[in-house]
Design a protein around this ligand. Structure first.
Ligand SMILES: NC(=O)c1ccc[n+]([C@@H]2O[C@H](COP(=O)([O-])OP(=O)(O)OC[C@H]3O[C@@H](n4cnc5c(N)ncnc54)[C@H](O)[C@@H]3O)[C@@H](O)[C@H]2O)c1
Ligand SMILES: N[C@H](CO)Cc1c[nH]c[nH+]1
Ligand SMILES: [Zn+2]
Length: 436
């Protein structure tokens, strides 16, 4: 099985690693002209364009009036999935809600000096649009994507939440997606996907509301549309292909490590799975395990491309050096697979999420524990964070001063204004001094 074996002894080896790892080109430039056309067409022709694209790509007969999923179908979907599955989804949703409730920030005000009250209003956006990927023609419903995007929006207090997802060939959505929406109390769902769904949410159509923030993962057409709309509508993040980096000592189990690497490799041929260890024997065992476990995976073709092209086993002299490499990689998911993970947590500077110790496999975070699984990729964890309640909030500054404050400080404001050559600013304050 082709898989890179690398040596990292110091920062001198960094260039060799970045040269192939840090820019996984998904070919966004190639699809950009097509996506620009789609955006313009939906902006100008609304539902009609959305329905046309949907018929061309996803299901042959869908009229503009059929884009919205009837509310009754959403409620009924809960009867179409096994009750045990609904219970698992409810439990995951409760964990995710509990975690995100802790992120909620309150508005605050303060009185730093007599005559002045200052503060910050933390307000939810009015409307959010959530993209739920089709998942192999609707056959692998991305339940967790809906949970991870909708719950932070709900906790933020967003009043209008619209979900979009591409329909299956028969013009329906997977009942698991509808049932999850029903569990969450979401009843506004539109059957459309790809760049035209993102365009509809950004511009609004006859049936799809124009939203303030668009969140949710998707393929290259979805991602490119989101990238082109930055600045016109709030965008959660431009999430790239999944990544996992594991730092393991000799107490780690090679079978577990290989399974964890494959868990992300199966997402995408562009996914990246990196194992870093000072134990050469362990690295060799993991390599054997990867070949063994890969052979029985349904998504073997995807995972093997990811392993061959974007993954590696990296030998380091010690854990300290491994940690330095992790901080340079700034991975989306970082598994700290060592005997005493808490002893190392203070050294972690750049990672989307950290999975502590041998018994914390990454998929626990993907689905169930509570923290969000929409995380910064491609080294952007150096400066950005997981999707959160904040994604759906904005902060409005609050300033209140009285006449006494203007009397004490007004002339200083006027002086600063005149230093900038802005006379009208200065007079605005002086009006209150001269004509109280
Ligand atoms: N980062 C995360 O949290 C996360 C989670 C889940 C999925 N993902 C990613 O999301 C993506 C999901 O992809 P998917 O296919 O399952 O669903 P998707 O909904 O993103 O893509 C399917 C849509 O793209 C359209 N499409 C196909 N070919 C097209 C073309 N040539 N031009 C325009 N549109 C076209 C389809 O008709 C359909 O509407 C994957 O890349 C996966 O890695 C990321
Ligand atoms: N690991 C993905 C983010 O990189 C999220 C996900 C969704 N479903 C399973 N996993
Ligand atoms: Zn995953």
């Amino acid at each position: 099985m082709p898989l890179r074996l690398l040596e990292y002894t110091s920062s001198n080896d960094w260039a060799g690693i970045t040269s192939w790892l840090v820019r996984r080109d998904a070919g966004e430039d190639n699809v950009e002209p097509l996506v620009r056309d789609i955006l313009a067409n939906v902006r100008d022709r609304g539902d009609e364009a959305v329905a046309e694209y949907t018929c061309r790509f996803d299901c042959p007969s869908l009229t503009p009036t059929q884009l919205a999923v009837p509310k009754a179908n959403i409620a009924r979907a809960l009867e179409q999935i096994p009750a045990e599955d609904a219970d698992i989804i409810r439990e995951a949703a409760a964990n995710i809600r509990d975690f995100h409730l802790r992120q909620k920030q309150n508005s605050w005000i303060t009185t730093p000096a007599p005559g002045t009250t200052l503060g910050q209003l933390v307000l939810p956006v009015d409307r959010a649009g959530l993209y739920v990927p089709g998942g192999q023609g609707g056959e692998t419903p991305l339940i967790s994507s809906l949970l991870m995007n909708a719950i932070p929006a709900q906790v933020a207090g967003v009043k209008t939440i619209c979900v979009v997802s591409p329909p299956r060939k028969d013009g329906t959505l997977n009942p698991y997606i509808l049932a999850t929406a029903a569990i969450l109390g979401i009843d506004t769902i539109f059957m459309c996907g790809s760049a035209w769904a993102i365009a509809a949410l950004a511009y609004g159509t006859e049936s799809i509301p124009k939203v303030d923030v668009i969140a949710g993962p998707g393929n290259i057409f979805v991602t490119t549309a989101k990238r082109l709309l930055v600045g016109q509508v709030g965008i959660d993040m431009i999430a790239g292909p999944s990544e996992i980096a594991i730092l393991a000592d000799s107490t780690a189990n090679p079978k577990w490590l290989a399974a964890d690497m494959l868990s992300q490799a199966e997402h995408d041929p562009l996914a990246s799975s990196i194992l870093i260890s000072s134990d050469n024997h362990l690295l060799g065992e993991v390599k054997k395990e990867l070949a063994l476990q890969l052979s029985s995976l349904p998504r073997q073709e995807i995972a093997s491309k990811s392993l061959a092209e974007w993954s590696a086993l990296i030998h380091v002299p010690d854990i300290e050096t491994g940690m330095e490499l992790i901080n340079r990689l700034a991975p989306e998911h970082f598994e700290l697979s060592v005997a005493a993970p808490w002893a190392w947590i203070g050294s972690v500077r750049n990672a989307g999420a950290v999975f502590m110790g041998h018994s914390t496999p990454e998929p626990v975070g993907d689905y169930f524990a509570g923290p969000n699984h929409v995380l910064p990729t491609l080294s952007t964890a150096r400066f950005s964070s997981a999707l959160s309640v904040d994604t759906f909030c904005k902060k409005t500054n609050l300033i209140c001063t009285d006449q006494a404050y203007i009397g004490t400080h007004g002339s200083k404001v006027a002086r600063l204004a005149r230093l900038e050559g802005l006379e009208a600013h200065a007079r605005s304050v002086e009006q209150r001094l001269e004509n109280p």
